[in-house]
Design a protein around this ligand. Structure first.
Ligand SMILES: NC(=O)c1ccc[n+]([C@@H]2O[C@H](COP(=O)([O-])OP(=O)(O)OC[C@H]3O[C@@H](n4cnc5c(N)ncnc54)[C@H](OP(=O)(O)O)[C@@H]3O)[C@@H](O)[C@H]2O)c1
Length: 360
């Protein structure tokens, strides 16, 4: 099979670098164009990451910069050639993303990690394995806007773990009310502006701008129903507190869920088991062997351990206990890798799902 030609936009950033990893040797997709800001345009990828005069290489991944991309020249957005592409992966901050993704989607499908388009009525927020059927809205989006392509955003990386773990409980027991506190990794803040070491060392930062509203809105949309060409939001209310903790990669979230129907820990574990065995992503190149890892050991999940599981694509759940504070319900702790399932590799998995559906 001839590989589809793809571009990575924002290729020098934290998520962009993770895309470089996730697409190395990919069986279906070949990276043929890369782009970043005017600061990096014109340089090779290796030069752009080594532009610090002290010789520091801004490569976050393990090992060396992958050979397939090291010598590739970074383009400006204007320098991209959409006529030579089947798909764009976009990983730029949302202010810049709005204009960039609008221009590119006129010609080619765009999968985005930014929030620029997430809240538009004709834009689904997709998590492969959770709401694949919402992808049908992409056709309407292209028609509405007169585009050849579309924009398919992932959720905020904090919503990802929450929506993934709520879905089986929502389907089986009617999840209605959620109280969540997140303990989010430093890498989730990106390089620019990033998090200052002075603020985070020996500390917890109790506020992440705009994060909580994103989680509340996105969860309702993702768990909603696509009907008559629009998404009816799920009847689920979320209260959350999002914090930044001194962990490098991977978000941990403490969750209390109130359900319509009686539920206990064993019923919740059964729901995860049944959902995971039938999940739609099975067999896709970037899908983990286990969509969920559910632990009885009360010391799990822990970021240092879980971030390696399923190459960051498995969502880990532990500490499941019945809790009747909200009526029927359970509480649990989840771990979700913000740079893998929560952004770049999750976006590649989404591309695989959309390719299988014939949309890419
Ligand atoms: N970090 C995470 O875990 C995570 C998870 C989920 C979603 N996200 C989202 O993913 C996006 C990228 O996040 P990040 O953490 O990777 O950010 P980042 O480390 O700050 O990287 C930003 C990238 O965008 C490029 N860029 C900035 N302005 C540009 C412009 N005007 N035109 C073209 N390229 C431009 C930068 O290029 P230069 O190097 O040339 O400046 C860089 O490659 C954000 O929307 C973020 O909210 C991040």
């Amino acid at each position: 099979m001839e590989k589809l030609r793809v571009a990575i936009v924002g290729v020098t950033g934290i998520v962009g670098q993770e895309f470089v990893h996730a697409l190395e040797g990919h069986p279906w997709f070949a990276v043929t164009q890369i782009a970043a800001s005017e600061r990096s345009a014109g340089k090779t990828y290796a030069e752009a990451l080594s532009s610090d005069p002290s010789g520091i290489v801004a490569w976050d991944g393990s090992g060396r910069i992958p050979g397939y991309v090291a010598g590739m020249r970074i383009r400006s957005i204007d320098g991209l050639d959409p006529s030579e592409l089947e798909l764009v992966f976009s990983a730029v901050e949302s202010g810049a993303a709005r204009d960039i993704e609008t221009r590119l989607a006129a010609d080619v499908p765009v999968i985005s990690t930014s929030s620029a388009y997430r809240y538009e009525d004709d834009v689904p927020i997709l998590i492969p394995g959770i709401n694949d059927d919402h992808a049908d809205l992409l056709d309407a989006q292209s028609r509405n806007r007169g585009w050849k392509g579309w924009v398919a955003p992932l959720p905020n990386c904090t919503t990802t773990g929450l929506a993934i773990t709520l879905k089986p409980l929502h389907d089986s027991h009617g999840a209605r009310r959620v109280v969540m506190t997140s303990m989010q990794a430093l890498s989730g803040a990106g390089r620019s502006p990033g998090v200052s070491a002075m603020n985070i060392t020996d500390n917890i930062v109790p506020y992440i701008p705009k994060e909580e509203k994103k989680v509340r809105i996105e969860t309702r949309k993702i768990l909603g129903t696509l009907r008559d060409g629009r998404i009816e939001e799920a009847d689920i209310r979320v209260s959350c507190t999002c914090t930044r903790v001194p962990v490098l990669d991977g978000h941990t979230e403490s969750v209390l869920v109130g359900t319509d129907r009686e539920i206990d820990a064993e019923a919740a574990k059964r729901a995860y088991g049944e959902y995971g065995r039938a999940v739609s992503t099975a067999g896709l190149p970037s899908a983990p062997a286990d969509y969920f890892a559910v632990h009885d050991d009360p010391m799990r999940p822990q970021p240092r351990i879980e971030r390696e599981v399923g190459d960051g694509m498995t969502t880990t759940i532990g500490r499941i206990e019945e809790d009747d504070l909200l009526g029927h319900g359970v509480k649990y702790v989840l771990f979700s890798h913000n740079k893998k399932m929560g952004s770049a590799k999750g976006a590649v998995l989404l591309a695989e799902m959309l390719h299988k559906k014939g949309k890419v």
